[in-house]
Design a protein around this ligand. Structure first.
Ligand code: SF4
Length: 700
C-alpha cells in the first residue's frame, strides 16, 4: 500500500503550528512537526501531538440531518434536501422579515476560504450585516485598539522577534499553557541570553508567571491602572524616546499631562499591587532595551479591554519600542484562523481587506469587486455577537446559521444564549462533530470536513499565511465549509458562488486585498503550495513582511501613530455580600474550547478529567470548601458544578475556573452560565474574565 505525506495547520491555538502526517488507506500512521516549516520548526505541544486521536467516527457529524419537530432527534437526509430546505426557509424569512431577519455566527476555526465566502454570502448576497464570530469574544478589543492607535489591524511584530527581545512583558496571557510552542521559544531565548528579563502580569501564579523575573499579581481588572502607573514612573524618569515620539506619533503631550495628573496611590489601590513589584518592573524598563509584549484574553475580555490595550500600546510608543527587531505590542490570537477571519471581514462592522461597512468608498469597492448593484451592502454595522443573540431571543432575528463553534457553552450568560437558540425560528448548525450542546437546538445540521480532510488557508498570530493540504477523505457526506455555503448561495439563486475549488476561492480573495494594509495579492496558489508568507505581500515576487511599521509610518491620515487617553474603570460586576467572590475564567493546556475535539482524546482527558475551580487556602477555609469536593459556583445568572482544587496560585477572594466543560459532560456543568454580557463600549467584547459568585454545597 502506498503511503502519502501531507501537512496542515494545527486546528487549535493561534500559534499556527504546521503538523505533518504520514497516511495510508485513509488512516494517519504518524504525525510529526516538520523541522524546516515556520512557525514551529519541529515543535508541537501535546494537543497538536495527539491530533491523530481526534478521528473518532462515532463523534462525527457525517451526514446532513433535519429535525422535523423540536424535541425529536434529527434524521439523516441528502445534501439536496438539506440545502433545499435551508434555501426555502431563508427565502421565506427574508420575504417576511427582511434581510436583517437572518444572522450568522462563526469562528476563528473556519479557514479563510470559508470565512470569505460566508462574508460574501451574508453581506453581499443576503444583504445582512448581522454576521459575527467567536473572535468577538476573544480579541476584538485588540483589533479595535490597533485600529485606533495605528490606523489598521494586525500585530506589528513577528515570532522571530522573540530571538531579539531583551525584555518580555506578558500581560493577560498564560502562554506556557495556551501558546506553548511560542513560550518554548521564549524559554530558549532566555537560556541563550541570560540577561533577558521577563515580566508577567497576571492575578494568578500561572506556569508562565513562575518563569518570570517579576510576577505582578494584579487584581482582576486592574491592568490599565498598573500600566498607567508604570508609564507615569518611566515618563517621570525621562525614559521616553523623544525622537521617535516627535517624528512618528501624535497626542503625546496630552498623554503626558494626563499621566502627570494621575494620583499614584489611587492607581496602586486600583490595581492592588505591592509597590515593590511595580518598582521592580520599572527598574527593568528604565534602561533602553528591546521590549516585546504579548497579551491575550486577560486584557481583551473586559468592559475596558480597548483601554487596556491602548495603555500597553501607549507604553510602546512612548519608549519607541515598535517597528524594529525584538520590539512591539503583540496581540496573540486564541484560534488558528482568527487573523484570517479579520482579513476577510467576518465581524459585523467589517468588509474584506480591512474595509468597513460604514465607509461608502469601501462599500462601493466591494460592490464593484463582487459584481453586485451599487447600494447592495447595508451601510450600518450589523449586530455583534451578544446583541445578535439578544435580537434572536426577542424575535428581531429569526434565523441563525452557526458554523464551527459551540455558543451554547462558550457564550457569556450561557442560559440566555441557549434560550435565544430555543426561541429562534430556524437554527442551522454546521460542524464536524455531533452531538454538541449547540446542535441540540439545530433544525438543520450540516456535516463539515475537519482538519486534514480539506484544502484551506489560515493566518496565524504573526500574519503568516499557511496553506493546509487535504490528506484524508472526510467521513460520510462531510464537505469543506466553503463548499457548503457556496451550495446554499447557489440554491438561493445568488451568483458569484460558482467556485470549483478552495484555490479558486483563495484567488478571488487575495486579489481583493490588493492595495490594502493586509495585502496578500502576491500570495498565489503556486507559492502557497510550497511556502508560507507574511502579509503584506503585494506582488508575486515579494518575499512577505516580517514586521510592520519599520519606517515609522502608520496607516493613519497623518502617517503617525496615535496616543489615546486611558481611563481606569471598575469591572461591570464586583463582589458584594451576596456574591462575595471574584470568578476569573480561562483555559488549560489539555483541553480546547468546548472539548468537541479534545474531549475525544483519552490522553488529554486523563490530564484534565473534570471541571474544577482553584481556590486560595484562606478562601477555602472561610467558605468551608474541602479539596476535591464537588460544589456549585453560583452567580446571578446560574450555577455550575466544579471540583475544588485548593492552591495559593490564586489570590484570596479570587477563583479561577476553565470554561471547557458543557452539558454533554454533565447536565449541570457549563461555567458560562455564570458569566455576564456586559460589553466593552468600543469593541463590544464581553467581560468573560470577571464576575461575582458564591459557593454552595451540592446538598442545597
Ligand atoms: S502550540 Fe498551538 S498550534 Fe502549536 S501544536 Fe500546540 S495547540 Fe497546536
Amino acid at each position: 500500500m502506498s503511503q502519502t505525506v501531507g501537512k496542515a495547520v494545527c486546528p487549535y491555538c493561534g500559534v499556527g503550528c504546521v503538523v505533518g502526517a504520514e497516511v495510508q488507506e485513509n488512516r494517519i500512521l504518524r504525525l510529526f512537526a516538520p523541522k524546516t516549516d515556520a512557525p514551529n520548526f519541529g515543535m508541537l505541544c501535546p494537543k497538536g501531538a495527539y491530533l491523530k486521536k481526534v478521528f473518532v467516527p462515532e463523534r462525527r457529524l457525517a451526514w446532513p440531518m433535519i429535525r422535523r419537530r423540536r424535541g425529536e432527534p434529527p434524521e439523516p437526509v441528502s445534501w439536496t434536501e438539506a440545502i433545499g430546505t435551508i434555501a426555502e426557509r431563508l427565502h421565506r424569512i427574508r420575504r417576511e422579515h427582511g434581510s436583517e431577519g437572518i444572522a450568522f455566527y462563526g469562528s476563528g476555526q473556519l479557514d479563510t476560504e470559508a470565512a470569505y465566502l460566508f462574508t460574501k454570502f451574508m453581506k453581499g448576497a443576503v444583504r445582512s450585516n448581522h454576521m459575527d464570530t467567536n473572535s468577538r469574544l476573544c480579541m476584538s478589543s485588540a483589533v479595535a485598539a490597533y485600529v485606533k492607535a495605528f490606523g489598521a489591524d494586525g500585530p506589528p511584530p513577528c515570532y522571530e522577534d522573540i530571538e531579539h527581545a531583551e525584555v518580555f512583558l506578558i500581560i493577560g496571557a498564560n502562554m506556557a499553557s495556551n501558546h506553548p510552542v511560542l513560550f518554548q521559544r521564549i524559554r530558549k531565548r532566555r537560556l541563550r541570553a541570560p540577561n533577558v528579563r521577563i515580566i508577567v502580569v497576571d492575578p494568578r501564579r500561572t506556569e508562565t508567571a513562575r518563569f518570570a523575573d517579576v510576577h505582578i499579581p494584579v487584581a482582576p481588572g486592574g491592568d490599565a491602572a498598573l500600566l498607567l502607573l508604570i508609564s507615569k514612573r518611566l515618563a517621570a524618569a525621562g525614559r521616553v524616546d523623544l525622537r521617535f515620539v516627535q517624528r512618528h506619533t501624535e497626542g503625546y503631550s496630552g498623554y503626558l499631562n494626563y499621566l502627570e495628573s494621575l494620583d499614584e496611590k489611587e492607581l496602586l489601590r486600583a490595581c492592588e499591587v505591592n509597590p515593590a513589584r511595580v518598582e521592580e518592573a520599572v527598574e527593568l524598563l528604565l534602561e533602553p532595551a528591546r521590549l516585546l509584549s504579548f497579551y491575550c484574553q486577560g486584557i481583551n475580555q473586559s468592559t475596558s479591554g480597548v483601554e487596556k490595550n491602548l495603555a500597553l500600546i501607549n507604553l510602546h510608543l512612548m519608549l519607541g519600542e515598535i517597528g524594529k527587531p525584538g520590539a512591539g505590542p503583540f496581540s496573540l490570537t486564541g484560534q488558528p484562523n482568527a487573523m484570517g477571519g479579520r482579513e476577510v471581514g467576518y465581524l459585523s462592522h467589517q468588509l474584506p481587506g480591512y474595509r468597513y461597512v460604514w465607509d461608502p468608498s469601501h462599500r462601493e469597492e466591494m460592490e464593484a469587486l463582487w459584481g453586485i448593484p451599487r447600494g447592495s451592502i447595508a451601510p450600518q454595522p450589523g449586530l455583534s455577537a451578544v446583541p445578535m443573540f439578544r435580537a434572536l431571543a426577542e424575535g428581531r432575528i429569526r434565523a441563525l446559521w452557526v458554523a464551527a463553534t459551540n455558543p451554547a457553552v462558550s457564550f457569556p450568560d450561557a442560559n440566555a444564549a441557549q434560550e435565544a437558540l430555543r426561541r429562534a425560528e430556524l437554527v442551522i448548525v454546521q460542524d464536524c462533530y455531533y452531538p454538541t450542546e449547540t446542535a441540540e437546538f439545530a433544525d438543520v445540521l450540516l456535516p463539515a470536513a475537519q482538519w486534514g480532510e480539506k484544502t484551506g488557508t489560515m493566518t496565524d498570530s504573526e500574519r503568516r499565511v499557511v496553506r493546509s493540504q487535504q490528506f484524508l477523505q472526510p467521513p460520510g457526506e462531510a464537505k469543506p465549509d466553503w463548499w457548503i455555503v457556496a451550495q446554499v448561495a447557489r440554491a438561493m439563486g445568488f451568483s458569484g458562488f460558482e467556485h470549483r475549488s478552495a484555490e479558486e476561492v483563495w484567488d478571488e480573495f487575495r486579489t481583493i486585498t490588493r492595495g490594502r494594509p493586509c495585502d496578500m495579492s502576491g500570495m498565489t496558489n503556486e507559492r502557497l503550495a510550497v511556502e508560507s508568507l507574511q502579509w503584506p505581500c503585494p506582488h508575486p515576487r515579494h518575499r512577505g513582511t516580517a514586521r510592520l511599521y519599520t519606517r515609522g509610518r502608520f496607516p493613519t491620515p497623518t502617517g503617525r501613530a496615535r496616543f489615546h487617553l486611558v481611563h481606569v474603570r471598575l469591572p461591570a460586576e464586583v463582589p458584594d455580600p451576596e456574591y462575595p467572590l471574584t470568578l476569573t475564567t480561562g483555559r488549560i493546556p489539555a483541553q480546547w474550547h468546548t472539548r468537541t475535539r479534545t474531549g475525544n482524546v483519552p490522553e488529554l482527558n486523563a490530564q484534565a478529567p473534570y471541571p474544577f475551580v482553584q481556590v486560595h487556602p484562606e478562601t477555602a477555609q472561610l467558605f468551608g470548601m474541602r479539596e476535591r469536593e464537588w460544589v456549585y459556583l453560583v452567580s446571578r445568572r446560574g450555577r455550575t458544578l466544579v471540583r475544588v482544587e485548593i492552591t495559593d496560585a490564586v489570590p484570596p477572594g479570587v477563583l479561577f475556573s476553565p470554561f471547557h466543560w458543557g452539558e454533554t459532560f454533565h447536565p449541570e456543568t457549563n461555567l458560562n452560565r455564570l458569566t455576564h454580557t456586559a460589553l466593552d463600549p468600543i469593541s463590544e467584547q464581553p467581560e468573560l474574565k470577571h464576575c461575582a459568585v458564591r459557593v454552595e454545597p451540592i446538598s442545597t
